[in-house]
Design a protein around this ligand. Structure first.
Ligand code: MG
Length: 293
């Protein structure tokens, strides 16, 4: 099942891609099955029931509607750093034997098509193309063998980072939580449509059409199953939580000279079998100037 959250004429909607056609319903319409976040949190057969309703919904011109993050207010957005050996070494880190975990807040989330904003006081806006796993069932102390049964599905994330703020202190939180830097979506694909843990799928990031990251999900040091097991050792993962699984090599920080994203750029992250997440890059100042004018 392939679902996407969107907004049209101020109403939030949910769309299903079926036989190559998007079909959608919006809040206020009697058959609207609910937001994706609500359906995942409700569990059981909620997604299957939504699929049945959406199959009969009117067709939707997907390109013309405003995209929303597939889930807008996840309780937890758990990010993994240094999860690809070649990225760890390009960043000057020894590959750790325990994943580097940090949090993002949902205030930093934006959708496909929304601009990633660079603050006026930093040049160092970098891209990080990543696979994101969406938790589908409450998980606590689950084994690696069972872990994938707790994943509802997958989507795409750009963990855009302000590097000088990331490294002002040992905790990376500020540089990973600027407003308008956590690009997420546009398509959520249920786990049954993809290989277990997305193993073998290709991940590619393109900046203005040029390939800057190119890897296989199989290159992850800690697989999706391992991450879910390991996180559930110390906290309860809940339906709708996100696990953002880390980025491969090729980030702008590691290049000589560094390659920072700039006003006017377009950045795309593609994960094979899931889709493409595309965002323009803008200076925050330029948008504030527009608001004043
Ligand atoms: Mg990252």
């Amino acid at each position: 099942m392939r679902l996407s959250s969107y907004s049209r004429r101020g109403k939030n909607g949910l769309a299903l891609l079926i036989d190559g056609t998007w079909r959608g319903l919006e809040e206020g319409q009697p058959a609207f099955p609910g937001a994706l976040q609500t359906l995942i949190e409700a569990g059981g057969d909620s997604l299957a029931r939504a699929e049945n309703v959406l199959k009969a919904a009117p067709t939707l011109d997907f390109e013309s509607v405003r995209k929303l993050p597939p889930l807008s207010r996840p309780e937890k957005i758990v990010c993994v750093g240094l999860n690809y050996t070649d990225h760890s070494s390009e960043s000057g880190f020894k590959q750790p034997d325990y994943p580097t975990i940090f949090g993002r807040f949902n205030s930093s989330l934006i959708a496909d098509g929304d601009p990633i904003l660079r603050p006026s006081f930093s040049e160092q806006l970098d891209y990080e193309g990543e696979l994101v796993a969406v938790i589908g069932k409450t998980a606590r102390d689950v084994s690696e063998t069972d872990a994938l049964g707790f994943v509802a599905g997958y989507s795409i994330f750009n963990d855009a980072s302000i590097r000088d703020y990331q490294f002002k202190a040992p905790q990376w939180t500020p540089g990973k939580n600027f407003d308008d830097t956590g690009a997420f979506g546009p398509i959520f694909v249920t786990a049954d449509e993809l290989p277990p843990g997305c193993q073998g799928l290709k991940l590619q990031t393109r900046l203005n059409g040029e390939v800057v990251q190119n890897a296989s999900i199989s290159d992850m040091v800690f697989s999706v199953a391992k991450l879910v097991a390991l996180l559930s050792e110390f906290m309860t993962l809940k339906p709708g939580d996100l696990v953002v699984t880390g980025t491969p090599s090729g980030v702008g920080l590691a290049r000589k000279p560094p390659l920072w994203m700039q006003h006017g750029d377009t950045v795309e992250v593609e994960v094979e079998g899931i889709g493409i997440l595309s965002n323009p890059v803008r200076d925050r100042q330029s948008l504030e100037a527009v608001k004043v004018a």
